[in-house]
Design a protein around this ligand. Structure first.
Ligand code: SAM
Length: 198
């Protein structure tokens, strides 16, 4: 029995994207203004090792897994089991589960230690501002890059304040990453493509 003054821990922080919204984010209509074919697919070759933080139901995950081919590997890390269970079903339905690994993390520990220095591409799309410590998240993602690897950071201007976005940019610079023009989306607000120098 809990002591009478105990405050029950919330099942998830209130700023985490709910699963119902994950369904909306996975709508194919979203391609009209945010197309993975332009934003993500030009950034890697088949056979690459990719990490995606916060995939939700896989609006970006599915086309990335498809384009990676049989030799590619995609690790998806999300804090919500409900997102990962639905994403797994969607990957299985398309025959893409064998090339993907889904991991549940916690707000305190992204569990990325084994990926350090191993990724060709890290995707942080509309997620870092939801994490408990955005600057620390950027540092953890930067550590996962190989030399020459790239990190794509996109934040939604309506949900991520300019101050938080700036703290993420500052953390990437402090981690030694360099800005690189995005081949198809340079100039888009709150989008930065980073590279780890060779
Ligand atoms: C707004 S949704 C974006 C989903 C997807 N990237 C997209 O653009 O469609 C944010 C996702 O990040 C996940 N998330 C929130 N905090 C996280 C954390 N600390 N670590 C990993 N994933 C997290 C949420 O569960 C949700 O799936």
């Amino acid at each position: 029995m809990q002591p009478s003054n105990a405050i029950p821990a919330p099942s998830k922080p209130s700023h985490t994207c709910p699963v119902w919204l994950g369904h909306l984010l996975a709508s194919p209509l979203r391609r009209l203004f945010e197309n993975p074919a332009n934003l993500i697919l030009p950034l890697f070759e088949p056979g690459a090792q990719v990490l995606e933080l916060g995939p939700a139901l896989g609006f970006f995950t599915l086309p990335v897994a498809q384009a990676l081919g049989r030799d590619g590997r995609l690790v998806c890390v999300d804090v919500q089991d409900g997102m990962l269970r639905r994403l797994r079903r969607r990957l299985e339905k398309r025959g893409l589960a064998a090339r993907t690994e889904l991991r549940q993390c916690t707000q305190d520990d992204l569990g990325l230690a084994d990926l350090e220095g191993r990724c060709d591409l890290v995707l942080a799309l509309h997620v870092v501002h939801e994490t408990a410590a955005p600057a620390e998240t950027i540092r953890a993602l930067a550590r996962c890059l190989k030399a020459g690897g790239r990190l794509l950071l996109i934040e939604p201007p309506g949900h991520c304040s300019p101050e938080v976005f700036q703290s993420e940019v500052d953390a990437a610079l402090a981690a030694g990453l360099q800005r690189k023009p995005h081949p198809r989306a340079e100039g888009r607000k709150n989008l930065v493509l980073w590279t780890k120098p060779v």
